[in-house]
Design a protein around this ligand. Sequence first.
Ligand code: KIV
Length: 260
Amino acid sequence: MAITPQNSIEWKRQKRAIVALTAWDYASAKLLDRAGVDLILVGDSLAMVVLGYETTLPLTLEEMLHHAKAVGRGIKNALMVVDLPFLTYQESPQQAIHSAGRILKETGARAVKLEGGYPAMAETVNRLVLAGIPVLGHLGLTPQSVHQLGYRKQGKSPEQGDRILKEAIAVQEAGAFAIVLEHIPAELARHITQQLAIPTIGIGAGPDCDGQILVTHDLLGLSDRQPPFAKVYASLQSVILDAVQQYAAQVRDRQFPDRE
Ligand code: KIV
């Protein structure tokens, strides 16, 4: 059955962990969906992992739509969420509604994700929700602010932790259905998770969030460098290298294709 944002809130009450991963193409989205992943995020780390940009900042809405449409064609059950790329929502709530509206109309996504929780962003979340667009928040390390924050762990001081908690409450009150907490201390993530009625989905935020998300390329060992908090469950780089080298050797030795 197709998973909705409302399901994730019920799962928090039932203490059922939310399983989330990223996808950027039809084939991998279909596999993740078949494997029973609850939430598939077309994350804007697309920019670095798949498109080879240095940061997430250059990613355009058109590039995101192109990948999200492919992902949408591969999903039957998972809740599909698409990231709003940098500067496709920060200017005004109208800009956010326009960008998010295109994502929902054109890709099959049922929700969008956006970074930040300061008052203007909470207002944007609220305007999106009032327009019927479910929103997943994203706090802590927010990669679209890389030039302010770097990729460092956030919320280490009591003041910073307090600010992230206040932002989480503001994003919840604005109507978000869940919040991604990235690269913050586990104790802070646990405290925020306890304070919220909506689920938290952690990445580098310890074991006590209501769900976990990873970048699929990191989990599969397809990235050259993964963040310290990622767990590598398979080493597909070496599997692919081996297969391609075997193919190349067989073509060069004229062993492939055989006569039959
Ligand atoms: O774009 C991304 O990969 C993300 C992570 C939180 C999974 O937003």
